[in-house]
Design a binder for this molecule. Sequence first.
Ligand SMILES: NC(=O)c1ccc[n+]([C@@H]2O[C@H](COP(=O)([O-])OP(=O)(O)OC[C@H]3O[C@@H](n4cnc5c(N)ncnc54)[C@H](O)[C@@H]3O)[C@@H](O)[C@H]2O)c1
Length: 246
Amino acid sequence: MTTARFEGRTVVVTGAASGIGSEIARLFFEEGARVLGADLDPTNVPAGVSAFRADVSLEVDVNSMIVAAIEEFGHIDILCNNAGIGSVHDVLGCTVDEWDRLFSVNVRGVFLGTKAALPSMLERGYGVIVNTASIAGMMGLRDRAAYCATKGAVISLTQQVAVQYAGTGVRCNCVCPGTVDSPWVGNLLAQADDPVVARERLVARQPLGRLGRPTEVAKAILYLASEDASFMTGSSLVIDGGMTVA
Ligand SMILES: NC(=O)c1ccc[n+]([C@@H]2O[C@H](COP(=O)([O-])OP(=O)(O)OC[C@H]3O[C@@H](n4cnc5c(N)ncnc54)[C@H](O)[C@@H]3O)[C@@H](O)[C@H]2O)c1
């Protein structure tokens, strides 16, 4: 009998009630881990996952999330800083409030989660952090000024944390998804003048001829969190159907 890959492991996932985060939490649970799933509204975290309400932009919430996970599981092996929000403006159209809101969730959220989980990981000499960045952090996408800037910052922080804690037993990597068919993209399309045409345009950018699936990103995240990726730290794993190389 083979043991489940994450049997005995403990995991915290943010943004676990929808899309990519929900798939991450579900797959970790399926593969034997004990999982705490945090979200602004955690009602819909997958079955078997402990639901926790947290706004990742707030230090008090993130600290409580990590304390709750340690109280429930004893320690944290894996942290997935996945929660994120979008913005569809160029620099001229982006208000200062929108810029700050994006940075507070997409960048401060990753910083706070990492800061709160690291002491317990360093104490035990084991920990894996996987951040959800985006190909938007590697290239300029039209009408995504704040979004591109935040995801570039997530990639940089991933690299810095990887180097800072190399040799301590803590690894830190990120994934860079392309366009993924999550509720987020559904909402974006619903706001377009013609959602069908807008979807066709997104698909047309993809060499593989379709959008990604949340589970395809989640599987890459589980790989980075697994011992199969034991020589990976500071990496940005691109999962984009070939979009960045076309
Ligand atoms: N869908 C894509 O095309 C795509 C592409 C590249 C990267 N990403 C990244 O993947 C991550 C997940 O996106 P998704 O497509 O699954 O989106 P989604 O909107 O389906 O899910 C995001 C979840 O995060 C939660 N969330 C938002 N703000 C939060 C906050 N302040 N605190 C706690 N939870 C919060 C939401 O409630 C939601 O449940 C994001 O970081 C996003 O930037 C998505």
